[in-house]
Design a protein around this ligand. Structure first.
Ligand SMILES: Nc1nc2c(ncn2[C@@H]2O[C@H](COP(=O)(O)OP(=O)(O)OP(=O)(O)O)[C@@H](O)[C@H]2O)c(=O)[nH]1
Length: 561
């Protein structure tokens, strides 16, 4: 029998109990797991009685430092009585509606409830075939010792850490499903999101002592979610490695849908649920090895993370299987509980980094494309400008070509008509050009035309004047002047040509002359641009007839010679 001091330093561990069940009354050793004969399959109550002695000094000390009952794990639903008085339960409510969770319990009882000498603890348990039933070892001692020690640690590990990981999986699942929706049903993120949410939901098994739905339905839900999680995880892995095998996809989806039906029909029977995992026990290792092979071949870091994550889930499932059997399975901590959500976090990180890389690459590509488009647009604009120039310019002289001349004349005609301004047209023809060609050759002739064009450009400095090559050795000038102004400018042009001998082969200076015929009028509805041309043409003819190297107006006499 422990003394008060010993109890203060070292809690008393109770391992002997008397079990009263459907199978009768018997002495058992804790931790103890009930057999199928101990309870009705649909559920019935069993009772563990633990007798122990407490020194009077320990009870007296409990006034200052309350004693507690620490239970690492109770069964499906449990209620605790001390010396015939009810002192605790997993939760409030009818025992049949409650669940004791896979987590530790600490019942702190006031000194008045303990007795010096003989005490009796009774655990009443509602056992069903849905879950493993029994009672772990029970410890009595100062509540503070448990809080600082085994209870505190187990609570941190089984509640805080497990919940934290489940929340992380929940968040990642939510984000992944949003990404999948945003990417219009992208399978990989869809499967991963569903897996992560299934893992997070299965954690309700550890957090809900009084489910809002009937226990049978809740058990079915938890088993189904767990059942769905495995094929979902496999679909995620296959999709990540782009192994889109229709037969595998269809098989896994069918299994995912049939599993819950089988669980429901079996009444969430543990054996049936365990059997449903058999195909995965066979195919899980195969897929894990294949994933490692694919990752090895691809040399991609993300592939390796994904393969190792899945491999670790499979490996830890097997380790747990061998590690925890019988009573240890009831009381022990499953590694897989921590490894699966941790794996989801790693997989989520891998997918997120892959997404970030894809985004970065897309941005770089867009920037490159934008740059290329800008360069091409600039080149295209230049090419269009060049084309525009080519289509409006005479290639030999650089003056406006005939087509452009026609357009400008039409526009200027309309403008002058609107403003009631005069419009003048000069037709300029190089004299005896045939002779020039015959004497100096056609190339020199071209050069001569270029030099006459240059003289025209230099003389016509006003932006509104247009000089064009009308055809052959004939030039035309459109200017918004009256007859007097046009005669003046025509005479200046004639003199310019006369006074600037044309160089032939860069040396010879050959005198050439031009004859100019001009017409000027204020456009109105009774006349047309064609009439302006024919009047100027007629004047040019007259200039030629007058001996060339002179200017003639359509309705006036030759003014210069
Ligand atoms: N080199 C060159 N010659 C041209 C070009 N266009 C037309 N010609 C020549 O210009 C000459 C024009 O001759 P004609 O129409 O007889 O007139 P012209 O010899 O100048 O005589 P008048 O106009 O009466 O003074 C022809 O020999 C054409 O071949 C050209 O682009 N380059």
């Amino acid at each position: 029998m422990p003394c008060a001091g010993a109890l203060a330093a070292q809690p008393q561990v109770l391992r002997a109990a008397v079990l009263t069940s459907l199978a009768g009354t018997q002495e058992v050793t804790l931790p103890h797991v009930l057999g199928p004969a101990d309870f009705a399959p649909e559920g019935s109550r069993v009772r563990y009685r633990l007798d122990f002695e407490l020194p009077a000094a320990a009870v007296a000390a409990a006034e200052d430092e309350p004693l507690g009952v620490y239970v690492p794990k109770m069964s499906l639903a449990g209620r605790l009585m001390l010396n015939g008085e009810r002192v605790g339960a997993c939760d409030l409510g009818a025992l049949e509606q409650l669940r004791c969770l896979h987590r530790p319990y600490l019942f702190v009882l006031p000194a008045s409830q303990w007795r010096a000498g003989a005490n009796t603890l009774e655990f009443e348990i509602f056992a069903t075939s849905r879950q493993m039933n029994g009672l772990s070892s029970v410890s009595i001692g100062p509540a503070r010792l448990f809080g600082d020690g085994p209870y505190g640690w187990r609570r941190f590990e089984q509640v805080t850490v497990a919940n934290g990981l489940a929340w992380a999986a929940f968040c990642m699942g939510g984000i992944a499903l949003c990404v999948s929706l945003a990417l219009r049903g992208e399978c990989l993120y869809g499967w991963f999101g569903a897996t992560a949410l299934a893992i997070a939901l299965s954690n309700l098994n550890y957090t809900l002592t009084a489910p809002p739905v009937p226990p049978q339905f809740f058990s079915w839900f938890v088993f189904s979610v767990n059942q769905a999680m495995v094929p979902l995880l496999m679909l995620t892995v296959l999709s990540f490695f782009r192994r889109d095998w229709p037969w595998a996809r269809r098989g896994l989806i069918a299994f995912m849908l049939l599993g819950p039906a089988v669980v429901w029909l079996s009444g969430s029977n543990r054996t049936v649920v365990a059997l449903l995992y058999v195909p995965f026990v066979l195919f899980g290792p195969l897929l894990a090895v294949a994933a490692i092979r694919w990752a090895w071949r691809s040399h991609r870091k993300a592939d390796l993370w994904m393969a190792l994550s899945f491999f670790s889930v499979v490996a830890v499932s097997f380790i747990d299987w061998f590690r925890l059997t019988g009573r240890s399975a009831f009381e022990g901590t499953y590694f897989v509980t921590y490894v699966i959500p941790s794996t989801i976090v790693v997989m989520g990180g891998t997918l997120a980094s892959q997404l970030a890389t894809a985004l970065k690459t897309a941005r770089e590509l867009t920037a490159t494309l934008d740059k290329r488009v800008a360069e091409r647009t600039e080149a295209l604009t230049l090419a269009n400008q060049r084309l525009e120039e080519l289509s409006t310019t005479d290639s030999l002289t650089g003056l406006a070509n005939r087509r452009h001349f026609d357009d400008i004349l039409a526009k200027e005609w309309q403008r002058a008509r609107r403003l009631r301004h005069p419009l003048a047209l000069l037709m300029i023809d190089v004299d005896h050009f045939k002779q020039f060609n015959d004497t100096y050759g056609h190339l020199a002739g071209d050069d001569c035309l270029r030099q006459v064009a240059q003289i025209l450009k230099q003389r016509l400095l006003r932006g509104s004047d247009t000089a064009a090559r009308f055809g052959g050795e004939e030039f035309a000038v459109i200017t918004s002047m009256d007859l007097e102004g046009a005669l003046h400018i025509a005479e200046l042009i004639r003199q310019d040509v006369e006074n600037h001998p044309v160089s032939v082969d860069g040396v010879d200076a050959v005198h050439v002359s031009v004859s100019i015929g001009l017409s000027a009028l204020v456009p109105d509805g009774s006349r047309s641009p064609a009439q302006l041309i024919s009047l100027a043409d007629e004047a040019l003819y007259r200039a030629k007839r007058a001996g060339r190297n002179c200017v003639r107006a359509a309705a006036a006499q030759c003014v210069a010679a």
